[in-house]
Design a protein around this ligand. Sequence first.
Ligand code: ZN
Length: 207
Amino acid sequence: MSIIGACLSCVLLSSKDQLVPNVPDPKTPMPAAKDWKDPGYLKVIWIQSPNFDARAKGSVVDTIVLHSTAIGSLEKTTEVFQRTKTNPVSSHFTVGRDGSIVQNVSTFDRAWHAGAGHDSKGRTGPNHYSIGIEIVNMDDGHDPYTEAEIQAVCGLIAEMKRRFPIKQIVSHEYIAQPPGSKMDPASFPWNRLAYFGLPMYFGQNKS
Ligand SMILES: [Zn+2]
């Protein structure tokens, strides 16, 4: 099976996420990792994760949650998102070190990336109202985020702003409860996102 990466805007601006021919139906078997390659800088490939469900009725997607994978590669992270047995997790998007993007879950569905937590307003269940973006990084505070990763994250946020009434960007560390249970994305250069003009919450939320 060969899967060809599509351009960022083509995939993300398709009205139901399913108009792009190479987007698999969530019920079809997923390709093995050996059957796909990084699509390349600012290109998107869709490798559906089985780990998702519906957002709560009436949920408004208004939050971006940034993560780092603590896994060294896009391929390995994508593989982890295929696991359904122990600790099933997913994200809407994963950004590789070369700026490649894998979409794992439709933005209209709830990905399982943030777990228990609440935002600065005390709203719980962040997966219902957020888009999760994972960035490949060891999350040790030293591993640098590549320029390609930062550009891809910016591109995704810009596209999400067009699709949803995004009003804040938060770190997993900030939104996770109890405080200190997560620290990702450690040492992310948040100043690079300032031009979006959105409130950003990162570091530990002790409220
Ligand atoms: Zn995280």
